[in-house]
Design a binder for this molecule. Structure first.
Ligand code: DAK
Length: 259
């Protein structure tokens, strides 16, 4: 698949993915969703980067939602199908075995807020705005917003934001736990890269197992503690564990290979 709405670059071994529908405030149309699906399933398996920063083009928006113009006149059946595909894509991001950080450079509304929440972390610029305004359109969030928002900010505040459609600014998002860091506008990618570079010096298998184990807590089909037991066992069986422990004893920096 050719990328038309995503631009992929590499900096210091980190993948920077930019959604480039600036004129539509990077709204998620079908083509962009398909490209995200391809990126976080097939392409991402082979892409030799240690982590990914996901951002939006321009200074105004990360993603201002699903493309409202595209889903006008959608039937109930069409809506459910679209929601299922969206869930599959956002789960692929959430379960991606390398860290994914949203660099939120402006509006993150509706599907945009949901996209940021599917990433493992969020770095917001001071100008970022978050919200789930779907009720303004007579619909509810369809890409996991009713579930993931609770995970970050708790039930009461999630109920308020989901029902009022209020937008919150970056400092409040930080205080609520929705974002990890707030930085001056324009420095989101640099901060996200700084975090990813730190993670890149750790054992890649361990990082993948952290992602699996933390996600298991939120998956009712899994016992998170049992998952941790298994995942811990899998990390102790790696060459990286031998390297990490040996490096500690030899008082040097570990050189992990990812196996
Ligand atoms: N979709 C399409 N185009 C959008 C857009 C969007 N979400 N947001 C902005 N744009 C377009 C505008 O139409 C405008 O294009 P032109 O009309 O000039 O061609 C351009 O981007 C610039 O926007 P504005 O002129 O409105 O810019 P302002 O600075 O005045 O306002 C704003 C910025 C972000 C406050 C405003 O654009 C705005 O309110 N945008 C809509 C925000 C919103 O309601 N987003 C949430 C959409 S609901 C589903 C699953 C998920 C979803 C839906 C269905 N299924 C499974 C079925 C998700 C739904 C949502 O995300």
């Amino acid at each position: 698949m050719d990328f038309k709405n995503l631009v992929l670059t590499e900096e210091d071994g980190i993948g920077i993915v930019t959604i480039t529908r600036e004129k539509a405030l990077n709204a998620l149309n079908t083509q962009t969703m398909l490209e995200l699906q391809y990126l976080f399933t097939e392409y991402g398996q082979k892409w030799a980067v240690s982590g990914i920063v996901l951002t939006g083009a321009g200074e105004k928006a990360f993603v201002a939602g699903a493309d409202i113009k595209e889903f006008l006149g959608m039937s109930a059946e069409g809506g459910s199908k679209m929601a299922q595909r969206g869930h599959d894509i956002f789960f692929a991001i959430e379960r991606f075995p390398k860290p994914v950080i949203a660099a939120v450079n402006g509006f993150a509304l509706g599907g945009g807020c949901e996209l940021a929440m599917a990433c493992h972390m969020r770095v917001a610029g001071e100008n970022a705005r978050f919200g789930q305004p779907e009720v303004n359109l007579g619909i509810i969030p369809g890409y996991g917003g009713t579930q993931r928002l609770i995970q970050y900010i708790g039930k009461g505040k999630a109920m308020e934001l989901l029902m009022t459609a209020d937008m919150i600014k970056a400092p409040e998002a930080l205080q609520l736990g929705l974002v990890n860091h707030v930085v001056p506008a324009g420095e989101e990618i640099a901060k996200a890269k700084e975090i990813l570079l730190k993670i890149a010096s750790k054992g890649p298998v361990a990082i993948a197992k952290i992602i699996e184990s933390v996600n298991a807590y939120f998956d009712e089909k899994q016992d998170g503690f049992a998952k941790e037991v298994n995942a811990f066992g899998e990390t102790t069986g790696t060459s990286d564990f031998i390297e990490g422990a040996t490096a500690f004893v030899e008082k040097r920096k570990a050189n992990f290979k990812g196996n």
